[in-house]
Structure formats: C-alpha cells, structure tokens
Design a protein around this ligand. Structure first.
Ligand SMILES: Cc1cc2nc3c(=O)[nH]c(=O)nc-3n(C[C@H](O)[C@H](O)[C@H](O)COP(=O)(O)O)c2cc1C
Length: 335
C-alpha cells in the first residue's frame, strides 16, 4: 500500500477511538425559544439554504472525511447517494491521493451530487496548478473546492510539513485563477479573530469553522508519531483554537452574507439548529458518519441521516421559527 493510502486507512481507524473525540460543540448554555403551540406545521417549515450559491433542501453537509483508500469507496458512494436524495451538501476527503494517482479516483465514490466539493490542503497549492486541480474536481463531479488549513496537524504528523506557513499572496493568486467557488476550512482548532478577517478578505465563497470540540487531529497524529510528545504538551496543543460559538460569530462578521458552515463536535440535531440560530448557513458533520458506517454500513447511514433530518425539523419547528431568516433572529428577540 502507498504511504498516503496507509495514512488514510490509519486515520479512519484512529478517528473511532474515543480518545480522539473532543468534548463536543459546547453549545449547552444556549437556550432556544420553545413554542409549545407548535404553530409552525411540518408543511410550513422551510429548511432551505445555500452553499456557495447552490440550493440545499436541508442545512446539512457531510464534512470532508476520506478518499484515497479502498476502504473509502463504498462509504463515499453511499454518502453521495444520500446527499443527492435529501438535497444536502458533501465534501470529499483530500483529493491529493487521486491527483497523484488517477487509479484512486474510484475511492472518492460515484454518483451525481449537485453540491459536491473537493478538498485539498493549502499546503498543496504550491505543488499543483489551479488548472490541474480544477480538472480533477470536474472529473470527480465537484461544483467547487474546499481548501483546508492544518498547521498544527502538519507539525504533529510524522510525514507532515513541520514548517507549515501559509503564503497569503500565493493563496490569493490560486483562488483568483481557480474557475470554481472556493471555500476554506480549518481541521479541528477552528477559525476566528484576525484569521477569519484575513480569510474573509479573499474572494472565497465561504468558510467552515471546524472548531474545537470535534475530532482531534492533534491526538490522532500524536498517537501515530514515532517520536512521542508528552501528554501535557499534547493537551496543550489540543487546547489551542476557538469554540464553535466564538468561531461562528467571528466568521459571520468576516463573511457578510457569504456561506458559513459550522462544524467541530456537532453530535446531534439540537447542535445543528443552535448553530443555525447563532449565524451558520449549514452544519457539517464528519466522524459521526464514519462511526455509523463502520458499525452498521450503508443501511445504518441511511437511517442516521433520516433521523437527523426528522429530529432537526422537529426541533426547528419547536422554536416557532418557520425558516432560516427567522431562526437567525430568535436568540436576539425576547421569547
Ligand atoms: C477520518 C477523518 C478524515 C478527515 N479528513 C479530512 C480531510 O481530508 N480534509 C479536511 O479538510 N478535513 C478532514 N477531516 C476533518 C473533518 O472534515 C472535520 O473538520 C472535523 O473532523 C470536525 O468534525 P467532526 O467533529 O464532526 O468530526 C477528517 C475527519 C475525519 C474524522
């Protein structure tokens, strides 16, 4: 097995270890209004949203997980089928493996998805031209690209770029010459403050928060390292970043009305509705999808996704808000 394939397989196994899960989205202190009359009926509820201008029927995205290993083929095909069936968005795992080796295209799954995004590390844009990446995106059926920032992960990873530093001007040039919408995300420490503002100044279609509380790439990579890092310093690196609430606030301020995807430790439909109320346009989940697929395969994923939509709709209706615009203002209005 090639080294990228091996690493992808190790990541899938390690993300299932409870030690690599964070403490969750941290939204317990947020209280949504509750309308005991349920005056918004199921038929009246409008859950539509958009990602980079593409319409979705429900504000959920299957976050970037995997590709580049045979273990991913059926998983990605199942996710593609469910995303298209329910009008959701999906992001493939990093496409670096199949840029290097076309025979791995199949591991990113098959099937049309209107709101499908490819994924690539910002690290890689010095290696591949915008043209080459765009051709691969088209071949995989993607409508856009999501670039990831993962400086801390790169440092802890054995094979990583230990001197990762993003060249902002090169990033700008890549985005300007890329013929499809570009999103940017972090991978587990979040986007906030000055960084969100810097990114917001780029001609991007939106941001994904990937804040603290979800899958920990520090812990996953630390457990694969040949030269160990002490537990105290792993904990310290793992504490760097932004909570979901702070990341949503800062990214929304930086983006205006461009797409904001909330992610990082979102583990149930109440977190989803709260994230929308705080200012996100949609929510992405990653590890929970692979957990369900690992335990119960395609049938398990199908009922999992249906349950998120059903319970998400119920919780949304219980706030008395009939659409995203109303939900966005429910935390600022008196109940
Ligand atoms: C097994 C696995 C592989 C991942 N691979 C990628 C990747 O290739 N690119 C990326 O941007 N994020 C990747 N992520 C990060 C997720 O997209 C997401 O930002 C992060 O896991 C937080 O969401 P969660 O708490 O729902 O897992 C991966 C996550 C998991 C669990």
């Amino acid at each position: 097995m090639q080294s990228i394939e091996k690493r992808k397989a190790a990541h899938l196994a390690l993300c299932l270890d409870s030690a690599s899960r964070g403490t969750g989205a941290g939204l317990d202190h947020i209280h949504l209004p509750y309308d005991a009359l349920f005056e918004v009926s199921d038929e009246d509820l409008d859950t539509r949203t958009r990602i980079a201008g593409i319409p979705l029927r429900f504000p959920l995205m299957f976050g970037a997980i995997t590709g580049g290993t045979a273990l991913a083929t059926d998983f990605n095909t199942t996710l593609r089928k469910l995303a298209q069936k329910h009008g959701l968005a999906m992001c493939l795992g990093s496409i670096r493996a199949c840029i290097e080796d076309d025979s791995l295209d199949i591991t990113y799954g098959t099937g049309q998805v209107d709101a499908l995004f490819a994924n690539l590390g910002v690290n890689e844009i010095s290696r591949y031209s915008a043209d080459l990446v765009a051709r691969k995106c088209q071949k995989l059926g993607c409508a856009g690209l999501c670039l990831h920032l993962n400086g801390l992960q790169e440092f802890v990873q054995n094979e990583g770029n230990h001197s990762f530093s993003c060249h902002f001007d090169a990033l700008l040039r890549f985005i300007e010459s890329f013929p499809m919408p570009v999103l940017i995300k972090e991978v587990g420490s979040g986007l906030g403050g000055m960084c969100a503002n810097r990114l917001g100044s780029l001609p991007i279609a939106g941001l994904e928060t990937a804040s603290l509380g979800g899958t920990s790439w520090i812990r996953i990579e630390a457990s694969r390292r040949q030269s160990p890092i002490s537990a105290a310093n792993v904990n310290a690196l793992n504490a760097i970043g932004y909570t979901l609430e702070a990341a949503i606030r800062d990214c929304r301020n930086a983006l205006g009305d461009r797409t904001l995807i909330a992610s990082g430790g979102i583990s149930h439909a109440l977190d989803l509705v709260k994230s929308l109320a705080l200012g996100a346009d949609l929510v992405a989940i990653a590890q929970p999808l692979y957990r369900v697929y690992h335990d119960n395969e395609a049938a398990g994923l199908e009922s999992f996704v249906q349950e998120w939509i059903d319970i998400g709709r119920l919780i949304w209706r219980s706030t008395g808000c009939a659409n995203l615009q109303a939900l966005r203002s429910c935390l600022t209005k008196p109940a």
